[in-house]
Design a protein around this ligand. Structure first.
Ligand SMILES: *[C@@H]1O[C@H](CO)[C@@H](O)[C@H](O)[C@H]1NC(C)=O
Ligand SMILES: *[C@@H]1O[C@H](CO)[C@@H](O)[C@H](O)[C@H]1NC(C)=O
Length: 310
């Protein structure tokens, strides 16, 4: 697959504009680095408007200019849960990338995907706090700005969508395990961390244009490309109901200029009972027949999608 390479050079420029970072350095120094190959807490990473927690995993085998995978937990879960129950840290051992595990500051440990603050670039919501964690890693760990990826499950998947639409210049590719389209969880009242039952039940239906505009409004004026997007959803999902998959597909195929009708359907891919719908090189929807919420993380597939596995 082809990766988006446009505009990633702006990352460092933006970091400078934000005034929050020292220059990017290849040196990895400081007390946080003494104990690698464990989950580490970083307490002061810069501006943190919502009080989100920052945890990282830096493998002993970390590459020079390492890629970065942002791996985001769902409701009632934690950074530590996601570290312990997903394969990203062992894949990091294998391939030398850093994993950032953000921790939700909200009641119920969901991510805010409903307030205007989080749905707006640099709006001061959870999405901004997570991006500032990422800038910290760019500034202090020599992360390769062209190899930044995001993934998440459930509410973490919704946040992965939110980040992909608000910071499309930062992320090369994303995978989403059982999320909803960016802005679908919006709160009409502007509430933070609100549950949007209409969206959850699969009853927010929009045209391709509706979903594209919704994403564009999160980063007005952006004319560059968007992250490559692979979207998983289970047919038996009773938390974020299955029609959400097609709404996500309309959004990301629209942003990529693809038809929302799959060009190729790969049955029993990547697992028996799953069908991978290919809309173009950079957008796929994976329908997991009989699977509930959320679809289990498929680490090897993520490595392939991110181009990290070889
Ligand atoms: C749920 O989200 C939709 C946008 O997806 C919005 O139009 C609607 O007002 C939201 N519902 C509530 C109760 O805020
Ligand atoms: C793939 O499946 C979808 C329905 O899920 C269908 O609309 C589309 O035409 C199929 N594409 C091909 C190439 O068979």
């Amino acid at each position: 697959m082809k990766f988006l390479v446009n505009a990633l050079h702006t990352v460092l420029g933006m970091a400078t504009l934000c005034g929050a970072l020292p220059g990017v350095s290849k040196e990895r120094t400081g007390p946080a680095l003494e104990k690698r190959a464990n989950l580490q807490h970083i307490s002061d990473f810069g501006s943190n408007p919502t009080g989100a927690k920052m945890w990282i995993y830096v493998p002993d085998s970390v590459s020079d200019n390492p890629p970065l995978v942002v791996a985001i937990h769902g409701c009632q879960k934690s950074a530590n849960y996601y570290y312990a129950n997903t394969p990203y840290s062992s894949l990091a051992d294998q391939y030398g990338f850093i994993v950032l595990y953000p921790g939700s500051p909200n009641t119920g440990a969901c991510w805010d995907a409903s307030s205007q603050a989080t749905l707006t670039r640099n709006g001061g919501g959870d999405s901004t706090s997570i991006i500032n964690m990422l800038y910290y890693l760019l500034g202090n760990y020599g992360v390769d700005s062209t190899k930044i990826f995001v993934t998440g499950s459930s509410s973490g998947g919704i946040m992965a969508q939110t980040l992909s639409a608000t910071y499309p210049d930062i992320f090369s590719a994303a995978t989403v395990y059982s999320g909803v389209a960016a802005t679908c969880f919006e709160s009409a009242a502007g509430a933070v961390n609100a549950w949007n039952a209409t969206c959850a039940q699969g009853n927010i239906r929009g045209t391709v244009a509706y979903w594209m505009n919704a994403a564009h409004d999160m980063y007005p004026g952006w004319t560059g490309g968007y992250p490559a997007m692979r979207l998983y959803h289970g047919s038996s999902d009773t938390t974020l109901h299955p029609p959400n998959l097609y709404e996500e597909i309309k959004q990301w195929t629209g942003l990529w200029g693809y038809s929302a009708i799959a060009q190729e359907n790969q049955t029993d891919t990547p697992l028996p009972g799953y069908t991978t719908h290919v809309y173009g090189d950079n957008v796929q929807g994976v329908w997991a027949q009989g699977v509930g919420h959320p679809v289990p993380v498929n680490g090897d597939q993520d490595m392939e999608w991110f181009g990290l596995g070889s």
